[in-house]
Design a protein around this ligand. Sequence first.
Ligand code: HEC
Ligand code: HEC
Length: 270
Amino acid sequence: MEMKYSLLATRFRFLFNIILIFTYLISFSLAANSSNYETDEVLSGYIFAEPSTRSIQDDDFLNPGMFWVENGETIWNKKEGAKGLSCNTCHGESTSMKGVSLRYPKVFKENKKLINLEQRINMCRKKMEVKEFEEDSRDILSLSTLISNKSRNMKFNYKVTENNKKWYHLGEKLYYKKIGLMGLSCNQCHDERVGSNLRAEKVSQGQINGFPAYLLRWSKVVSVHKRIQFCNEQARALPFAINSDENNALQFYMSVRGNGLNVETPAVRK
Ligand code: HEC
Ligand code: HEC
């Protein structure tokens, strides 16, 4: 019994030391290069991306995110189900979606919950009496990329109202909350360390105006929620689920925080 206990204690001390060293290394590398971007101005992640990445985004023929847009267009016009309905049947051409992505996440009147664009699309799938798209699947992201792309170059102009302020405040709280083994909050990187290098990446303001965005490292388009999860994991924190209230609240807070930025969907990032 005593043997076991001391073994356990040694293991725990070992683990603790590892975490300590890790935390030290990380905070050192964060502190080592101070920020050149101390500004109140909102800045797109585009400004922090490498020139080679930017040039891929700038050219629709090179931007692999445009394949998602094209795939979205195909799905938009595809008739499905017993009634043979497509998105086009009720909404007309996909250009009719101009400006729509800028209204999401939005409080849904029936249950007062905040829903994002992907959840809204799946509600129409129900109306069509066809299977809902799987969460974060290629199909749903193709449609949300298509729809967001229709608002490209339109400005973020989110308003906090009586109706949505509860979600705004939850999002704000989560943005400043220290999480994970490293005890890091979003603002510690995306406000306090903007412009610093973190493992060969320049830390941006963590804006979401390019989402859904194409990530070169994963060779695919990802949602805002997926990107937030990736940051959670880097802070060694348990991520909130895709489409959860928490991620929607964070997304809404970050939308307001990004007011003034232009939609870039599909942006290209490392
Ligand atoms: C049977 C008709 C019908 C079909 C088919 C349909 N929708 Fe809808 N859709 C609606 C209605 C009705 C609304 C609600 C309009 C409103 O709230 O003003 C709506 C709303 C939306 C909205 C939110 C618009 C906004 O201004 O907030 C989006 C996005 C959307 N649909 C996408 C799609 C997509 C993508 C498809 C195909 C997968 C689709 N819809 C198929 C009827 C349909
Ligand atoms: C340890 C530092 C760190 C923390 C903490 C962190 N992130 Fe990030 N985040 C990064 C890095 C590095 C990137 C990739 C480079 C960049 O765009 O900043 C990134 C990228 C992003 C992006 C994509 C920006 C773009 O233009 O493509 C978003 C959105 C984001 N983070 C949101 C968050 C949110 C929300 C939180 C808190 C839950 C968070 N991050 C916590 C380091 C961090």
